[in-house]
Design a protein around this ligand. Structure first.
Ligand SMILES: N[C@@H](CCC(=O)N[C@@H](CS)C(=O)NCC(=O)O)C(=O)O
Length: 240
């Protein structure tokens, strides 16, 4: 009998998109539990352990599996086809995507939203916020800067380092590690972060017509959010 799978997510989270896409690729039925940001901390801790409050988490017949990479590895055991890990190179690219790239999918959008807080609404599908909504968004974004350790200096560094990271993505695609017909674990990990970065008008020119953009849109055609170009301070966004 197939094990009972329960996936715990916060809806806009990109590692959750990775896990969801892997479940879909494998054709595995599962229950999806969408948590609310804030209360999720205690709920995740109660299920996965004190140190494990982040999403995604998955229960396999009640056995906790925590984190996007652990989940994908477990799914590969449960359903070997289609293959998520065709080689060690893909496994290393997946690790790079999670360890070196994934954080930018948090710091750059929240970083940009500091300068355009009314755009927070677009991530919830309600369009730019009015004044009262923007007051709320300003407080929200301030909290995320504190939580994620975002500072203006770090943001400027992240933006300066982005071309090297995108060049690495292009190299992986040129070598055929990612971007093949059948998405693998690295496509899902890297593609999810790039999909989030595509919500930032300042960064879209950097990704335009790249392998990374194609992978992101192929694996994750739908994702809400739009921060118009010109959010980051002048001169901080690298040129394409
Ligand atoms: N590297 C972890 C990161 C998980 C992570 O940080 N998830 C974020 C959402 S994108 C989260 O849970 N944030 C809420 C929190 O930190 O409590 C993974 O891939 O599973």
């Amino acid at each position: 009998m197939a094990p009972k799978l329960v996936l715990h997510v916060l809806p806009p989270s990109h590692p959750c998109m990775t896990a969801t896409a892997a479940l879909r690729l494998k054709g595995l039925e599962h229950e999806r539990v969408e948590l609310a940001p804030g209360p999720h901390v205690e709920q995740m801790r109660a299920i996965y352990g004190e140190e494990r409050h982040t999403v995604p988490g998955m229960l396999v017949d009640g056995e906790p599996v925590h984190g996007s990479r652990a989940i994908l590895a477990r799914l590969e055991e449960l359903a070997p086809e289609p293959v998520l890990y065709p080689s060690d190179t893909v496994r290393e690219a997946e690790r790079w995507g999670e360890q070196e790239l994934q954080d930018l999918g948090r710091r750059l959008p929240w970083g940009a939203l500091h300068f355009r807080p009314e755009a927070v609404g677009t991530f919830g599908g309600v369009g730019p916020l009015d004044g009262a909504g923007t007051d709320f968004a300003i407080r929200l974004v301030r909290g995320t800067w504190k939580y994620h350790g975002i500072t203006a200096a770090r943001l400027q560094e992240d933006l300066a380092g982005l071309p090297d990271k995108l060049a690495h993505v292009q190299k992986l695609a040129d070598e055929g590690v990612i971007g093949g017909e059948q998405p693998n674990a690295a496509d899902l990990q890297i593609g999810a972060t790039l999909r989030v970065l595509l919500t930032l008008g300042d960064l879209r020119p950097l990704l335009s017509d790249s392998a990374g953009e194609r992978i992101a849109l192929k694996c994750f055609p739908e994702y809400q959010g739009d921060v118009p170009a010109g959010a980051f301070p002048a001169g901080w966004t690298p040129t394409a």
